[in-house]
Ligand binder design. Structure first.
Ligand code: PLP
Length: 471
């Protein structure tokens, strides 16, 4: 599928980017879209596995908007369903539609923990409401999260994602402006460390409202969980009466229709979903145990306020239903898992040939290469392991991949995605281009790319420095 019919002109991108800079802070609409070393990227068309810039350059896309288009961009069945719904049904913001009922029934049938479900527009809203209802249900204050996990932009979870080495082990907010009391109410533990979880519950168990976790922390690439770690989370939260939240915004749907909870057999109390459930339309969901979900104020008199003007928007719901239907009826997971495995195996061979020590990992359609020695045949399991990754080379080869028409996000630790629209020929090209890009990055030294190896943290430090400057 070609990325859109529009004509484009060389140089048009720079003019548009300049216009954007005048009226949009930084020229982009999300803090993770302004890529150092890649200024003025203006996207003009998408289709299947490709996108086109306003300058007319075409790329095969492995960034995939951080994960939603599992079927590929502008999937025709999803686009048709959304357009038809849009033509037939406006958004009323009162009552419910048949589509919302159907989608809730479908999600409850697919995801093991879901007895009841509510729709949101984003993953951040879903995780926000999960923690709010956990506090409402338990009357407790504390939330536990894990280093390297991202759960959205709200205060309780806006810390300790991609932390600089000297920020690991303490609170590392990703934003200024968060009340210290809110940060203090979030405890941060190392992922895959069952002993740390047990110690934390021994000390604070009676005050812990919720544990929230990406069952596979994909916001730092892919840290595969020890089964025993997930089981420990289940046991400790159950014993303490805390709410276990699986944030399956990435893993849900993409790794299987029942999410990681189905793969692992560990059932959380609450689950948050987003991204791939509507193939790119703005959909999120929170679901889980009926007794917890019944605490939301969608039931008159219930204590946990829940609202959202666009929740259950008909076009978005139609997109989600069409996405889930296609995932059930066509061999989407077979296809993306097979290509994902081809990529991971092929990359290992490439790096062996180049003599570069790496850990190539991922799951299903997700892949990532960390540049670090000592992991042959093993996978890194903790954020601390990832501190050994050569960030300059990680970012450097991705910047050189652009010259081959391939887009893997040139930011440290970011994962890449395969969609139903990618082909075996795309994988062949990816492997060939990666070999050339890594060789080129090594030849002129990855070091000059270190400036692009940004972290996602240090906000407290930055604020302190700004305070210092103001004084
Ligand atoms: C695991 C996880 N949870 C929550 C979110 C937040 O979702 P959204 O960006 O839709 O608010 C993200 C976004 O990247 C995510 O990766």
């Amino acid at each position: 599928m070609s990325p859109g019919p529009d004509a484009t002109t060389a140089g048009a991108g720079a003019a548009l980017a300049e216009r954007a800079q005048r009226v949009v802070p930084g020229g982009v609409n999300s803090g993770q879209r302004s890529i150092p070393g890649l200024p003025g990227l203006v996207v003009a068309g998408t289709g299947g596995a490709r996108f086109r810039t306003a300058d007319g350059a075409e790329f095969t896309d492995y960034h995939a908007a951080f994960g939603p288009p599992l079927l590929g961009h502008n999937d025709p069945d999803v686009a048709r369903a959304a357009a038809e719904a849009g033509a037939a049904l406006g958004h009323m913001g009162v009552g419910v539609t048949e589509g919302e009922i159907e989608l809730a029934e479908e999600l409850c049938a697919l995801v093991p923990s879901l007895e009841k479900v509510l729709l949101t527009s984003t993953g951040s809203e879903a995780t926000f409401h999960a923690l709010r209802v956990a506090r409402a249900a338990t009357g407790r204050r504390l939330v536990v999260k894990f280093q390297g996990c991202y759960h959205g932009w709200h205060d309780s979870v806006s810390l300790n994602v991609i932390s600089a080495p000297d920020r690991v082990g303490g609170h590392d907010p990703i934003s200024a402006g968060i009340l210290p009391e809110v940060l203090e109410a979030t405890l941060v533990l190392p992922f895959n460390d069952s002993a740390a979880v047990r110690r934390c519950f021994a000390e604070h168990g009676a005050d812990i409202a919720a544990v929230i976790v990406e069952p596979v922390p994909h916001n730092v690439g892919a840290l595969l969980p020890h089964q025993e770690f997930l089981t420990t989370l289940r046991e400790e939260t159950a014993r303490a009466g805390s709410v276990l939240v699986f944030d399956e915004v990435i893993t849900g749907v993409r790794h299987g229709l029942g999410g990681w909870q189905q793969i692992s057999g560990v059932t959380p109390d609450l689950t948050t979903l987003g991204k791939a459930i509507a193939n790119g339309a703005p959909a999120g969901a929170i679901g889980g145990r009926a007794d917890l979900m019944e605490l939301f104020s969608t039931r008159p008199g219930a204590p946990a306020f829940f609202a959202g003007t666009y929740n259950g928007h008909p076009s978005v719901v139609a997109a989600a239903l069409a996405t889930l239907r296609k995932l059930r009826e066509e061999p989407v997971h077979d296809h993306v898992f097979r290509l994902g495995e081809r990529v991971r195996t092929g990359l290992r061979t490439v790096y062996e040939r180049l003599g570069v020590p790496v850990a190539v990992t991922g799951y299903g359609s997700v892949f990532v290469t960390y540049f670090m020695p000592g992991y042959e045949g093993r996978t890194p399991r903790t954020y601390t392991d990832l501190l050994a990754n050569d960030a300059g080379l990680f970012v450097g080869y991705r910047r050189r991949l652009l010259e081959h028409g391939i887009f893997e996000l040139p930011l440290n630790l970011k994962r890449s995605h395969i969609s139903y629209a990618h082909t075996d020929a795309d994988v062949d090209r990816l492997l060939e281009a990666t070999e050339a890009a890594v060789a080129a990055a090594l030849a002129d030294g990855g070091a000059r790319d270190l400036e692009h190896a940004s972290t996602m943290g240090g906000a407290a430090q930055a604020t302190a420095e700004a305070d210092g400057a103001a004084r």
